[in-house]
Design a protein around this ligand. Structure first.
Ligand SMILES: C[S@@+](CC[C@H](N)C(=O)[O-])C[C@H]1O[C@@H](n2cnc3c(N)ncnc32)[C@H](O)[C@@H]1O
Length: 231
C-alpha cells in the first residue's frame, strides 16, 4: 500500500470555533448524523474514537454508556485538549485515554493502552467511531486504516461512520458535489488538508472484512450515518 503523501492537516486553530462553524453552516444536521447509531453501542465496553475533533461525540458516548471506556486518537493537540475538557465536564475523564497520532501512518499503535480489566492484555475495541474524519484521508489511507483496525478488533466489532456523500442521482447530487468541493477548498486553506475528494470508504472497509449492516441518509443524501460490522 502507498505511504501517506505530504504532511498531516493541522486542525489546531479550528478547535475553538469548530462547533460554531458547524452550527452556522449545517445547524444540528451533523450532530444528528453522529448520534444516529449511538444506542447500537449499548453492549460495548471498549470504544476507539478516531479523529473526534473537539470531543462532542466522545463526551456523549461516555455520558450515555457508563460502563464504556474510550481511547481517542487525533492528530491535533488542541482538539484533544478540547475533547478531554468536554469529557471531564460529564465526569468521565477516568474512563478516557487519549493519544496524539497521525492516523495515516501504517501500523496503528494504541500507545501503551492495555485492557482496563487485565493490563497484561492489549486494548481490543468492540466499537469504533469515525465522524467526518475518513474524508480527511485518501482511499488508500482509509484502506490501510481499515486493515489495521480489523487486525486490532475481533469479529463482531461495530464501527459507526458519519460522512458527507454525493448521491448517485437526484436533485441533491449537483448541490452536494458543489458543497463538498467548497468544503474541501475551505479545509485545504484553513488546515492544509491535501485530499480534495471524498474517499471510496465503502470499498476500502469492505476489502478488510467490514460489512455495512445499516445506512441512514440525512439531508437528501448529503450526509450518511453507517453501521459496519467486522465479520
Ligand atoms: C473534520 S474534523 C472532524 C471532527 C469530528 N469528528 C466531527 O465529527 O466533526 C477532522 C478531525 O480529524 C483529525 N485528523 C485529520 N487528519 C488526521 C490524521 N491524519 N491523523 C489524525 N487525526 C486527523 C483532525 O485533527 C480533526 O480533529
Amino acid at each position: 500500500m502507498t505511504a501517506p503523501v505530504g504532511t498531516a492537516p493541522n486542525f489546531n486553530r479550528l478547535a475553538a470555533p469548530y462547533r460554531w462553524m458547524e452550527y452556522l453552516s449545517f445547524g444540528p444536521a451533523l450532530e444528528r448524523c453522529r448520534f444516529h447509531f449511538l444506542s447500537r453501542l449499548d453492549h460495548c465496553r471498549y470504544g476507539l474514537v478516531l479523529g473526534d475533533g473537539d470531543g462532542r461525540f466522545t463526551a456523549r458516548l461516555l455520558a450515555t454508556h457508563p460502563d464504556l471506556r474510550v481511547h481517542a486518537i487525533d492528530g491535533s493537540p488542541a482538539m484533544l485538549t478540547a475533547l478531554r475538557r468536554r469529557v471531564a465536564a460529564v465526569a468521565a475523564a477516568h474512563r478516557l485515554t487519549t493519544q496524539l497520532a497521525d492516523l495515516r501512518l501504517p501500523d496503528l499503535h494504541l500507545g501503551n493502552t492495555t485492557s482496563p480489566s487485565d493490563p497484561s492484555l492489549p486494548f481490543t475495541p468492540d466499537c469504533i467511531a469515525t465522524h467526518f474524519f475518513l474524508d480527511c484521508l485518501t482511499t488508500p489511507e482509509v484502506a490501510r486504516l481499515a486493515h489495521s483496525l480489523s487486525a486490532l478488533a475481533a469479529p463482531g466489532c461495530l464501527w459507526i461512520v458519519s460522512e458527507f456523500a454525493i448521491p448517485a442521482r437526484g436533485w441533491m447530487r449537483p448541490l452536494a458535489a458543489a458543497l463538498v468541493a467548497a468544503l474541501y477548498r475551505a479545509f485545504g486553506w484553513l488546515t492544509g488538508l491535501q485530499p480534495q475528494q471524498l474517499p471510496d470508504h465503502p470499498s476500502a472497509l469492505a476489502a478488510s472484512g467490514w460489512q455495512c449492516i445499516q445506512r441512514h441518509r440525512h439531508l437528501g443524501g448529503l450526509l450518511v450515518s453507517e453501521l459496519w460490522l467486522l465479520r
